[in-house]
Write a new protein. Structure first.
Length: 325
């Protein structure tokens, strides 16, 4: 780093960049130094929150044990500020870190800021009213459908990703293989498993329906159709397709209610099967997911459907979800 710049000059570079928003090239021209010097000072400030080199810089500030504790805090308190994480870390290790250092470690460990997606959930009263209406249907004639994504990180571990949850942050940069699927189950059988290889919209969703059920139309005539993602289910093209075959769409089925969809339990069973196969390639992951779909016993699927029926009956008998044991 250039030695002709004083400490005051270096702080002026920081001010020009962050207070006046000058480009590194403009700062280099103003300060009569090279652009490389400007970049070096900016990097030093980013790493140390200072503009002067200190002895020993370059070594890890924390050892692996400390980093493990910090990572646990990031997982356990995902909405805490750097200030609060710093205090919790100090209580655990007696090591004081600046908030900037906390933020740097959080980024370095693969965490990134996101806003939670807004999605309405059933409250107790809505759940009770829905279950009262739901009990009139024959569970043996309901088609439960949903989409799921399976992902494999660099270590070969599969993560089952619920639709309304983000992928695990610590593995986000290591994802190697990913597939998304659509399928449906009912009391006596299951649909074809459809691999989703493009963005879902109105036309592609209808195509998924066709691919999933084209050889089951006779056996599911006048069945009820459930899907807890209303975006593409409750559109005219999907309704027209269901009406032509004919399959009855349950309009009142609520979004964000995976506990009332038997397919969610099927995905969980499949995830366990795929994990045991330790997929190490995209082709292997797809094969394991396909095998899992065909190998899950129909008796297991029926058990999941019976559980939903029992749960709804219990909600109704107890006059509310909150009092279900």
């Amino acid at each position: 780093m250039s030695s002709h710049l004083s400490v005051g000059d270096r702080w002026q570079i920081i001010s020009l960049r962050f207070d006046q928003n000058l480009t590194p090239g403009g700062i280099a021209s103003f300060m009569n130094c090279t652009i490389r010097t400007v970049f070096n000072i900016l990097r030093l400030y980013h790493e140390t929150n200072n503009v002067t080199e200190r002895e020993g810089r370059g070594r890890n500030l924390l050892n692996q044990s400390d980093i493990r504790i910090l990572r646990q805090l990031f997982y356990r308190y995902p909405v805490e500020t750097a200030f609060n994480i710093r205090n919790r870390f100090f209580q655990r290790t007696n090591i004081f870190l600046t908030c900037r250092t906390i933020r740097n470690y959080r980024l370095r460990l693969g965490f990134h800021p996101v806003y939670a997606r807004q999605q309405p959930m059933l409250n107790d009263q809505q759940r009770l009213l829905f279950c009262r209406q739901y009990t009139q249907y024959d569970y043996r004639h309901i088609i439960f459908t949903d989409e799921k994504a399976f992902e494999v990180d660099a270590s070969g571990i599969v993560h089952w990703i619920p639709r309304n949850r983000p992928r695990p942050l610590s593995y986000r940069s290591q994802i190697q293989y990913r597939i998304a699927v659509f399928g449906g189950v009912w009391y006596n059988s299951r649909s074809n498993l459809v691999f989703i290889r493009e963005r879902t919209d109105a036309s592609t969703f209808v195509r998924y329906l066709q691919q999933a059920f084209y050889n089951h139309f006779r056996s599911i005539t006048n069945y009820y159709f459930i899907h807890d993602r209303p975006t593409w289910t409750h559109i005219s093209t999907a309704h027209s397709w269901l009406h032509r075959h004919p399959i009855i769409c349950l309009e009142e089925y609520s979004a964000a209610s995976p506990d009332l969809n038997a397919t969610e339990s099927v995905w969980s069973w499949m995830n366990h099967f795929v994990q045991q196969g330790c997929p190490n390639s995209q082709r292997r992951l797809e094969q394991l997911v396909t095998d899992a779909w065909h190998r899950i016993p129909q008796t297991v699927i029926r058990g999941y459907i019976h559980h939903i029926q029992d749960m709804c009956d219990q909600v109704v008998s107890n006059q509310g979800w909150a009092r279900v044991g």
